[in-house]
Design a protein around this ligand. Sequence first.
Ligand SMILES: [Zn+2]
Length: 96
Amino acid sequence: MSLLRKSGRQLRLNLFFLFILMGGGAMFLVNDLLIQLLGIIVTIASLVFSWFGINCPKCNYKWLLHFMRTSSSTAWLNDLYRMNKCPKCNYNAKTK
Ligand SMILES: [Zn+2]
């Protein structure tokens, strides 16, 4: 089981994708300025939420930002899913 799932961050990542899809859909698929603006706000809010929300429960290190910075654009999501310990403090959900 990945650390993401064990630490409860998997749900946040799934919500992030859901809201990105909804925001993106509203921005590009709906021909209504108000809904497009709403889509932009939803997209930005979910980005900010996930930057801060997908973090280490122990040291508060921002995992999503870490992998977006250190991995390639095609590999960061895979690396994030396969992470089994925090890159900063080695937290692995077994030790407190
Ligand atoms: Zn940590």
